[in-house]
Ligand binder design. Structure first.
Ligand SMILES: Nc1ncnc2c1ncn2[C@@H]1O[C@H](COP(=O)(O)OP(=O)(O)OP(=O)(O)O)[C@@H](O)[C@H]1O
Length: 263
C-alpha cells in the first residue's frame, strides 16, 4: 500500500505538490491525469524516493520513504519504474538490458563483473517470453521499435520482482495502436503478478479504458479521485481547467464507490 500524507514538494520558490493525501491499495491500477506541469511525475518520483518531499510523508508497504541510501535501496528493490523514453542501454542486447533489472539482487562486485546467477537468466527469459520478445533476446536494444523497447523496459522492471510498478507516461512516444498494446500488457501483468500499478498518462480515453481509478492533479493538488467507469471524457476535460472551477464540482468518490473500485 502507498500512503502519502500531507505531501508538499517545492522546487525553489515553486510549490509543485501541495498537501497531497493519497492512499493506493495493493493490486490497484491507478492513472494520474492532469495538465503538463501539474506535478504527476514529481508525485511518482516521491513514491520511490527519486525526489525528496519538502513536507509530509510517504510510505510504501508501511515503510517510510527516507533519504537513507541503504533503506532507499531496499525500498526500490520492490518498485519497478518505466519511463517514456524507455531508458535502455542502446548498444546492449535485449537480454543484457533485462538482466540489469537483477542488479539490485547481486553484490557490488558481481554487478561490476555482470556475474549473474542461473535464476537471474531464468527470470529474464521468463519475462522476455511474457512480453513477447524472447526471440529478440540477442538483438541490440536500438534495433527494436519503440513499442518493443518499452516491452523490454517492462521486462527489465519485472525481473526485479517488484510489488509496485510506477510508469511515467509509458506510451507518450508511441502510436495509438502500440500505446493500447502496452497498456493492455501492463494491465494483464498487473493481474497475473498481483502488482500495484500507478501510471501517468495524457490520453483521457486510455485512462478510462485501462485505469480502474483516476486521480486528477492540477496545480499540485488532487482535484479528482474517481472510479474510471463513473467519470465521462467531458468531465475529465475539466481536470485541465482552472482550479477554481474544478473545486466547485463534485469529483470525489462515495465510500461505496471506493469499495467497488477495489473489488
Ligand atoms: N528537478 C526539478 N527542478 C526544478 N523544477 C522541477 C524539477 N522537476 C519538475 N520541476 C517542475 O515541477 C513542475 C511539475 O513538473 P512535473 O514533471 O511533475 O509535471 P507533470 O504533471 O508530470 O508534467 P508533464 O505532464 O508535462 O510531464 C514543473 O513546473 C516542472 O518544471
Amino acid at each position: 500500500m502507498i500512503q502519502m500524507t500531507d505531501v508538499s514538494k517545492n522546487f525553489g520558490q515553486e510549490k509543485v505538490l501541495n498537501q497531497i493525501n493519497l492512499t493506493i491499495s495493493d493490486n490497484e491500477l491507478v492513472v494520474l491525469l492532469g495538465p503538463s506541469g501539474a506535478g504527476k511525475s514529481t508525485l511518482l518520483r516521491c513514491i520511490n524516493g527519486l525526489e525528496r518531499v519538502s513536507a509530509g510523508s510517504v510510505s510504501v508497504d508501511g515503510k517510510q520513504v527516507t533519504t537513507n541510501k541503504k533503506e532507499l535501496r531496499l525500498l526500490r528493490k520492490n518498485i519497478g519504474m518505466i519511463f517514456q523514453q524507455f531508458h535502455l542501454v542502446k548498444r546492449m542486447s535485449v537480454l543484457d538490458n533485462v538482466l540489469c533489472g537483477r542488479l539490485a539482487y547481486t553484490g557490488t562486485l558481481s554487478s561490476i563483473f555482470k556475474r549473474f546467477e542461473r535464476r537471474d537468466y531464468e527470470l529474464t527469459l521468463h519475462y522476455l517470453e511474457k512480453v513477447g520478445l524472447v526471440d529478440k533476446r540477442n538483438a541490440r536494444a536500438d534495433e527494436l521499435s519503440g513499442g518493443q523497447q518499452q516491452r523490454v523496459a517492462i521486462a527489465r522492471s519485472l525481473v526485479q520482482e517488484p510489488k509496485l510498478l510506477l510508469a511515467d507516461e509509458p506510451v507518450a512516444s508511441l502510436d495509438p495502436k502500440t500505446a493500447n498494446s502496452i497498456l493492455e500488457l501492463l494491465s494483464l501483468i498487473k493481474n497475473e503478478e498481483k502488482l500495484t500499478v500507478v501510471i501517468t498518462l495524457h490520453q483521457m480515453d486510455l485512462a478510462k479504458k485501462y485505469g480502474k481509478r483516476i486521480v486528477g492533479l492540477n496545480n499540485g493538488q488532487i482535484v479528482a479521485d474517481m472510479a474510471a467507469d463513473l467519470i465521462s471524457i467531458d468531465e475529465l476535460y475539466q481536470l485541465y481547467e482552472d482550479q477554481a472551477l474544478i473545486s466547485q464540482k463534485q469529483f470525489s468518490m462515495s465510500d461505496q464507490e471506493k469499495v467497488a473500485i477495489h473489488a
